[in-house]
Design a protein around this ligand. Structure first.
Ligand code: FMN
Length: 391
């Protein structure tokens, strides 16, 4: 059974990702994991934290001689900032005077709800675990999922569709997204150079106003065969699984599959992708579609087109000009606590969402094809593709 967990606090010693259920024999290159972690740290509008951390994945178990061995894979990511925090966040009792309180809950964060839930007198421990630093561990786990999916020819990538009020406003081809992935300098991970410059100006404007900005990223999964997920049970529908996976990312407030949001206001005759059957040199070659507005999913099942999932991010909750709050102790009105923070994280959130989509697809692919070794998985996968060809 394919599963994954993350553990770790934002300013604790390390983050940990645990991935279980990956078949034996999948090649795992450390450089690939580190490159994915690097991608998550990029983007115009990130704050000071990203200058301190340069994440690297230390694989502790489950990989030997460069290949998975079927046992759980544990990955450790050190928090470089730990040296500045070990006295204020010790595992042992430590010196209470060194504790760094989050004295007033920040609106838009888990601070208040979390403190009430766990009965903490202030929000330090809430901040520590609810912080999006946790997405680094998801990206490490997602990198393993991507390496597994690559064995079957699936690719998962993202690009930025909007930052604040600035949107791309045109269709983006898979090849354009793939090119973005090779860039050594990431600005806003937008496939349209002109829109990217306008997005940069939007971030500059936001910084000047000492405010924050949200946006929209899009994740695409390429080369996924029809038949992953099922309409048979509500909790096995691939659209539902992907929506939950992406919605679970910090600051994502809406998830769209294909053109779902505009589809709600359009006529059915415009929305649905008509079906054809292609002929080449007199021979039929397979089913075709006039478009992919469904985002590769119909009835909760992949239909063979690219899977398209968009995440809508609210603006970052920590502002340089803090919003109104209340002191936990005195209950007097104060400005919310400020801790070093990003201004725009849409490209990074897209990379974290790639991880979530890859982890979800890995689970569904293993449910469909099974296999304790990658050779076994590939045999079933190849047999299924053969069946589709003969259909
Ligand atoms: C990659 C990434 C980086 C983030 N960085 C910050 C940050 O530096 N400061 C901040 O206040 N919020 C940041 N956020 C957003 C918060 O984590 C988010 O607003 C918070 O968890 C509350 O949103 P929720 O209700 O969806 O969890 C980031 C989100 C992501 C996805």
């Amino acid at each position: 059974m394919f599963r994954f967990f993350t553990a770790g606090e934002s300013h604790g010693e390390a983050l940990v990702a645990l991935v279980s259920g990956v078949p034996a024999g999948v090649g795992v290159e450390q450089e690939f994991l580190d490159r994915e972690l690097w991608r998550r740290q990029q983007g115009y509008g990130r704050g000071g934290r990203m200058k301190i951390e340069r994440d690297t994945a230390r694989i502790l178990s489950g990989v030997r001689q460069g290949k998975t061995i079927g046992s759980p894979i544990a990955i450790l990511l050190e928090n470089k900032d730990w040296k500045n925090w070990q006295e204020s966040l010790p595992v042992g009792e430590g010196d209470p005077a060194k504790h760094k309180r989050v004295a007033s809950p920040r609106p838009g964060h888990a601070d208040l709800a979390g403190a009430l839930k766990y009965n903490f007198p202030e929000a330090r421990y809430v901040l520590e675990r609810s912080s999006a630093r946790e997405t680094a561990a998801r990206v490490a786990a997602g990198a393993v999922a991507k390496l597994f999916l690559r064995e079957l020819g699936f690719e998962v990538l993202s690009h930025v569709v909007a930052v604040g009020a600035v949107a791309v406003g045109r269709e983006v081809r898979w090849e354009e997204i793939a090119q973005l992935h090779d860039r050594e300098e990431v600005l806003l991970n937008c496939a349209d150079a002109d829109a990217e410059q306008r997005m940069k100006a939007e971030v500059d404007k936001t910084v000047e106003a000492r405010d924050t900005v949200g946006g929209v990223f899009e994740v695409r999964a390429h080369n996924v065969p029809p038949g992953l997920g099922t309409y048979a049970n509500w909790d096995e529908r691939l659209d539902g699984l992907l929506a939950q996976a992406v919605m679970s990312l910090q600051a994502v407030k809406a998830v769209e599959i294909g053109s779902g949001i505009t589809a709600a206001g359009a006529m059915g005759s415009i929305v649905h992708d008509e079906i054809g059957y292609a002929k080449e040199g007199g021979a039929f070659t397979g089913f075709t579609r006039t478009a992919n507005r469904a985002g590769g999913l119909e009835g909760g099942v992949s239909n063979g087109e690219d899977i398209i999932v968009r995440g809508y991010l609210k603006p970052i909750s920590t502002l340089r000009r803090p919003l109104g709050s209340v002191d936990f102790e005195t209950r007097e009105p104060v400005k919310a606590a400020y801790e070093r923070s990003d201004v725009c994280v849409v490209p990074a959130a897209g990379v974290a969402a790639e991880a979530m989509v890859a982890l979800t697809l890995a689970r569904c692919a293993l449910e469909k094809f099974g296999g304790d070794s990658i050779a076994e998985t590939k045999r079933t996968h190849a047999g299924y593709l053969e069946q589709l060809k003969r259909y």
